[in-house]
Design a protein around this ligand. Structure first.
Ligand code: DAH
Length: 348
C-alpha cells in the first residue's frame, strides 16, 4: 500500500513558495520557467494538484478546490504583472540606449572623388601649364580641312576611311579623330611664338576591346618659336612624363612616322609592371608606348600661314586613358567606364 497523500502538507508547500517564485522571476525567461513549473500542462505542480483533486472525497474537494483555483488565478496575475514590468524595463533600457546625443559629431560622409581619367587630365594640364603651355580648345565636330588636310594627311590616307572616322550624315563634317586640328585652328588665328596644350575628347569608329574605345581623350601640345629643335622636344616631354609617372620612369624616343611631323618620334616608357623584364602588358618588349610627337612639318606651318624658314616647332599628342591605365596598373580600358569604386578610388 502506498502512503496516503498528505494533501494539506503538499498544498501548504506549494502555496507558500509559488507566489514568491513568481515575484522573484527577474527575466522573461525566468517568468516563463516559473509558469511551466507551476501551471505547465504536463508537469506543472499546481496543474498536477488540481488534476488529482478528483480523487478526494467530496468534502475535501469542496474545501481545497476553491483555494487551489484562487491560487491559480493569483499565480496567473502575478506572472502577467511580472511580464509587464519586465517588458517596460526592457523598453526603458532600449530607449535609454537609443537616446540621441545631439552634441556628438556626425558620422563621416563618404567623400566623392574625381574620376581617374579626369585626375590624369588635371595633372597633365597642371604640369604643362607650369612648363608655360596655355590652354587652347577646339570643337568636337570638325571639318576634313582641320582634321586631315591642314595636317598634311593625304586624301588616300587610311585614317580618312569611314572605318576609322565618324562622318556626319549629309554634312561635310566629322567627329574629330584626334586633338591635332586644334593646332591648325590656333596657328591660323595666332602669330608665333605659340605654346599651347589642347586637352579633349576624340572619336574613332572602333570596336571596343581591352585597349580601344570609340570615345577617349587626348592632350595635344604645340610649341612654335625660333630655332625649336628635337632637343627642346626631348627635354619638354621628359619633364612632362617624369612629372606624371615619377622621377624614376625611364623613357625612350623611337623614330616613327606621322604626316604632320618631320622627323617624327614615338615615346615609350619602360614597362611599369615588369620594370622592363617583359610581360603580357608590354607584349614582352619591356616598353610601353606613351605618345606620338615630332617637329611640325613645314607643310603644316605653310598651310597656317607661318613661314618655315623663320619658325619651327614641335607637337605631341598623348592618349589620356592609356596613361591612366598605366598609372592605375589596370589592364583594360573598359574598367575606366564601369565605375567600380575599387578602381575609381585608386587614383586620388
Ligand atoms: N594625332 C596623333 C594621333 O591621334 C597623335 C600625335 C602624334 C599628335 C604626333 C601630334 C604628333 O601632335 O606630333 O594618333
Amino acid at each position: 500500500m502506498p502512503e496516503p497523500r498528505d494533501w494539506d502538507r503538499e498544498w501548504l508547500e506549494l502555496s507558500a513558495g509559488a507566489l514568491d517564485a513568481v515575484s522573484r522571476a527577474d527575466t522573461l525567461e525566468a517568468v516563463e520557467a516559473a509558469r511551466v513549473d507551476l501551471l505547465g500542462r504536463e508537469r506543472g505542480r499546481l496543474s498536477a494538484l488540481l488534476k488529482s483533486l478528483k480523487d478526494l472525497p467530496i468534502e475535501e474537494r469542496k474545501r481545497l478546490g476553491p483555494q487551489a483555483n484562487a491560487l491559480k488565478d493569483a499565480i496567473e496575475k502575478g506572472l502577467e504583472s511580472r511580464r509587464k514590468a519586465l517588458d517596460a524595463k526592457a523598453l526603458d533600457a532600449g530607449l535609454a540606449a537609443a537616446r540621441i546625443d545631439l552634441s556628438l559629431p556626425p558620422p563621416p560622409w563618404p567623400r566623392g572623388r574625381r574620376h581617374p581619367v579626369s585626375e590624369t587630365l588635371r595633372e597633365m594640364t597642371d604640369i604643362l601649364s607650369r612648363l608655360g603651355f596655355a590652354l587652347a580648345e577646339g570643337p568636337l565636330v570638325e571639318n576634313d580641312r582641320n582634321n586631315f588636310e591642314g595636317l598634311n594627311i593625304p586624301a588616300d590616307h587610311p585614317a580618312r576611311d569611314v572605318q576609322d572616322t565618324f562622318y556626319l550624315r549629309d554634312l561635310p563634317l566629322l567627329l574629330r579623330t584626334h586633338t591635332s586640328p586644334v593646332q591648325i585652328r590656333h596657328m591660323e588665328a595666332n602669330k608665333p611664338p605659340i605654346r599651347i596644350m589642347a586637352p579633349g575628347r576624340v572619336f574613332r569608329h572602333e570596336a571596343v576591346d581591352a585597349s580601344h574605345s570609340a570615345v577617349f581623350h587626348q592632350v595635344e601640345g604645340l610649341y612654335i618659336d625660333r630655332r625649336v629643335t628635337m632637343a627642346d622636344l626631348k627635354g619638354t616631354l621628359s619633364l612632362f612624363m617624369r612629372g606624371l609617372l615619377g622621377p624614376k620612369a625611364a623613357i625612350r624616343f623611337r623614330p616613327s612616322f606621322f604626316p604632320f611631323t618631320e622627323p617624327s618620334t614615338e615615346v615609350d616608357v619602360r614597362c611599369l609592371l615588369c620594370a622592363g623584364a617583359g610581360c603580357a602588358a608590354c607584349k614582352r618588349s619591356g616598353w610601353m608606348e606613351l605618345l606620338g610627337a615630332g617637329l611640325v612639318h613645314p607643310n603644316v606651318l605653310r598651310f597656317c600661314g607661318i613661314d618655315p624658314a623663320q619658325w619651327s616647332g614641335f607637337a605631341f599628342g598623348v592618349g589620356v586613358e592609356r596613361l591612366t591605365l598605366l598609372r592605375l596598373g589596370v589592364p583594360d580600358i573598359r574598367m575606366l567606364y564601369e565605375n567600380d569604386v575599387r578602381v575609381l578610388e585608386k587614383l586620388s
